[in-house]
Design a protein around this ligand. Structure first.
Ligand code: GAP
Length: 514
C-alpha cells in the first residue's frame, strides 16, 4: 500500500480494533485521550518485537546485560537529569476556544502551509513544462518559491532563537506577527506563552505533611544510569559495555495524536553503552549502523528508513541522530541514537555525592565513562510493523482480502489448524496436531464457517500458515499448508508442519541478518 495515504492510518486504527490488536483505553467510558490498550493479538505482536530487540541487544552481545528498574525513582534523579528544569514545552492558550496548543507546533503548522504553497507552484510548473521540467532549478530560481523559502528560513530562525534564549515574549510576538489564528475559534486572542513540564507527578506517602512529590519516569534511561555501578561491579563488566532495559515511560504530551505514535503512557527499549572518553563517536557510528541493520532485517522496505542527523544538539550531546520511518503520516522519528558524553553520570555524581566511575587498569586511573544511547519507542515500532504489513488485495477471482504481511517471526499466531468439516474425526485430528505444536508455536484452532472465510480471518491477523485437516489426512497422515502471502497450498506429511514452522517463523533467521 502506498505511503502518504491519508486513509491508511484510519484503516489501521479500525482494523486494529476489529481484530484485537489495539483498543481505545477504557472505551466503555468513552476512552481516555491518547491512551490505548493492546488486545489479544496486539500483546503477542508487542512481545515478539520486544523479544527480537532483547535477543539482538542483550543475548547476542556478550558485553550487554539487561535490567528492569522501578518506574518510581528518587526525585533528585530528575533534578540531576535536567528533567525538572528543562523538560518543558512552550504552551499557549486561545482565550476564546480555551484550547491549549504547543506554540512551536502552531508555528510549524504555519510553515507547513507555506510549504504547501511551494508544492503547488512546483506542481503547476511541472504540468506547464512537462518532460523538460527541472525541479531543482525551478525551486532555486523561481522568485515566488525563493520568497517562500526565505520566509520559512526567517520564521525558523526567530523560533529557534526564542527557544534557545527561552524568550517566550518573542515567541508570542512571532505568533502574532504570523497572524496565526486558533483552528477552533478562528480568533487571535492568545495568552502569553508559558513553559509546561512534561513529567507526571504524584505524592509518595500517606501521612499528611510527609508526602513528597515523585515523578512517573519520562524515560527508562535514568534507571540505567543510577544502576551503572551496581551492574558494572556485580557483573564485573569492563568498558565498553552496555545496559539495556524495556519499560514504560510517561510524558504529559500536550498534543498526543496520531494513534499510538505519540502517547502519554508508552514503552521504550533503551540501551546505554558505556565507553572510554574519546571513543564515543566511533561507537556512535557503529550503533547507528547496527540499529539500522536491525530494522532493515525485518524487510519492511529498504527505502522506508532514513537518518535524520541533529544539527541543533542538546547541551549534553556531541552527536545525535534519529532513525526515521516512513509512517502513514510521512517520515517521522522511530528511534534516537545519542552520544550523551558523561553528562548524566557526572550529574548523578554531583547530586548524590557518590562516585560513578570506572577504573581503567591500562591507564591506571578512574574516570567517568561516556555514553552512547540507543532509544526506540516500542509502540512506534509496533505502528511501523502494522503500517508496512497492512495490505488490501484484489484477488484473481475479483474478490478482495485484507492481509497483514507481518514478518512471520513477529506474527501473533504462527499457525492456524483448521478441520475441513466439524465431523468424521477431523476436529479430533486437528486438536492432536495443535496439542503437539502449542509447546513451541502460538497456534489457533478454528472450525467455524467455510474454509475460505477462515483463511480470510487468519490473513487479517497476519497468521503466516494455515494447516487444513481433511479426509485424506485420516487416510495418509498428510495435510495442506497454505502460505499467507502467496496463498499457495502444498500437501505435506503432518510431521513436516513443525519443520516448516521452525524454518520460517523463528527469530533465528532475522537475528542472523543483524
Ligand atoms: N532516553 C532518550 C529519550 O527518551 P526521546 O527521543 O525523547 O529520547 C526515545 O525518546 C524514543 O521514545 C523516541 O524515538 C520514540 O520512539 C519514543 N517516544 C518518545 N515520546 C513518545 C510518545 N509520547 N509516545 C510514543 N513514543 C514516544
Amino acid at each position: 500500500m502506498a505511503k502518504n495515504d491519508d486513509n491508511l492510518l484510519k484503516k489501521i486504527v479500525s482494523h486494529s480494533k476489529e481484530y484485537g490488536f489495539i483498543f481505545p483505553s477504557s472505551e466503555i467510558y468513552d476512552g481516555l485521550a491518547a491512551t490505548y490498550d493492546y488486545g489479544q493479538n496486539g500483546v503477542e505482536l508487542k512481545n515478539n518485537i520486544k523479544q527480537y530487540w532483547w535477543k539482538s541487544m542483550v543475548q547476542m552481545n556478550e558485553n550487554i546485560v539487561g535490567i528492569d528498574s522501578a518506574i518510581f525513582m528518587h526525585p533528585t534523579t530528575w533534578k540531576a537529569s535536567g528533567h525538572v528544569d528543562a523538560f518543558n514545552d512552550p504552551l499557549i492558550d486561545n482565550k476564546d476556544s480555551k484550547k491549549r496548543y504547543r506554540a512551536d507546533v502552531l508555528v510549524e503548522d504555519h510553515i507547513a502551509k507555506i510549504e504547501g504553497k511551494i508544492n503547488k507552484e512546483v506542481a503547476k510548473a511541472a504540468k506547464r513544462f512537462g518532460d523538460a521540467f527541472n525541479k531543482e532549478e525551478f525551486v532555486s530560481t523561481n522568485p515566488r518559491v525563493v520568497g517562500y523559502k526565505e520566509k520559512i528560513a526567517s520564521i525558523e530562525k526567530r523560533m529557534q532563537e526564542a527557544i534557545d534564549t527561552q524568550n517566550y515574549d518573542d515567541f508570542k510576538t512571532l505568533i502574532e506577527d504570523l497572524d496565526i489564528s486558533c483552528p477552533v475559534s478562528g480568533s487571535k486572542n492568545w495568552t502569553d506563552v508559558r513553559q509546561f513540564n512534561l513529567m507526571f507527578s504524584t505524592e509518595l506517602g500517606s501521612v499528611a505533611g510527609e508526602a513528597s512529590t515523585i515523578y512517573l519516569r519520562p524515560e527508562t534511561a535514568q534507571g540505567i544510569f543510577v544502576n551503572y555501578l551496581n551492574v558494572q561491579k556485580s557483573a564485573r563488566m569492563k568498558l565498553p559495555f552496555g545496559i539495556a532495559q524495556i519499560g514504560k515511560a510517561f510524558r504529559n504530551e500536550i498534543i498526543a495524536r496520531q494513534f499510538i505514535f505519540r502517547m502519554r503512557e508508552f514503552e521504550q527499549m533503551e540501551m546505554q553503552f558505556f565507553v572510554k572518553p574519546g571513543d564515543e563517536l566511533d561507537w556512535y557510528e557503529k550503533w547507528k549502523e547496527k540499529r539500522m541493520k536491525w530494522h532493515k532485517a525485518l524487510g519492511l522496505g529498504e527505502n522506508s528508513y532514513r537518518f535524520h542527523n541533529h544539527l541543533n544538539l542538546a547541551h549534553y550531546a556531541n552527536a545525535a541522530a534519529d532513525i526515521e520511518y516512513d509512517f502513514p503520516m510521512g517520515f517521522k522519528e522511530l528511534e534516537g541514537i545519542h552520544s550523551r558524553t558523561d553528562f548524566d553520570l557526572t550529574a548523578h555524581e554531583n547530586h548524590s555525592g557518590k562516585k560513578l566511575q570506572f577504573f581503567d587498569p591500562q591507564e591506571n586511573k578512574n574516570y567517568v565513562p561516556f555514553v552512547v544511547e540507543t532509544s526506540i519507542g516500542l509502540d512506534r515500532m509496533f505502528l511501523a510493523v502494522l503500517s508496512a504489513a497492512y495490505n488490501e488485495e484484489t484477488l484473481e477471482d475479483g474478490s478482495e482480502r485484507i492481509v497483514l504481511n507481518i514478518p512471520p517471526a513477529l506474527a501473533p499466531t504462527k499457525v492456524a489448524v483448521l478441520p475441513l468439516t466439524k465431523k468424521d474425526g477431523l476436529p479430533e485430528k486437528a486438536r492432536e496436531l495443535i496439542d503437539e505444536l502449542k509447546f513451541d508455536f502460538t497456534a489457533q484452532y478454528d472450525e467455524k464457517d467455510a474454509i475460505g472465510k477462515r483463511y480470510r480471518r487468519q490473513d487479517a491477523i497476519g497468521t503466516p500458515y494455515c494447516v487444513t485437516i481433511d479426509h485424506q489426512t485420516l487416510e495418509d497422515n498428510t495435510v495442506t499448508i497454505r502460505d499467507r502471502d502467496s496463498m499457495e497450498q502444498v500437501r505435506v506429511a503432518i510431521g513436516e508442519v513443525r519443520v516448516t514452522l521452525e524454518k520460517s517463523t523463528s527469530l533465528t533467521e532475522l537475528l542472523r541478518k543483524n
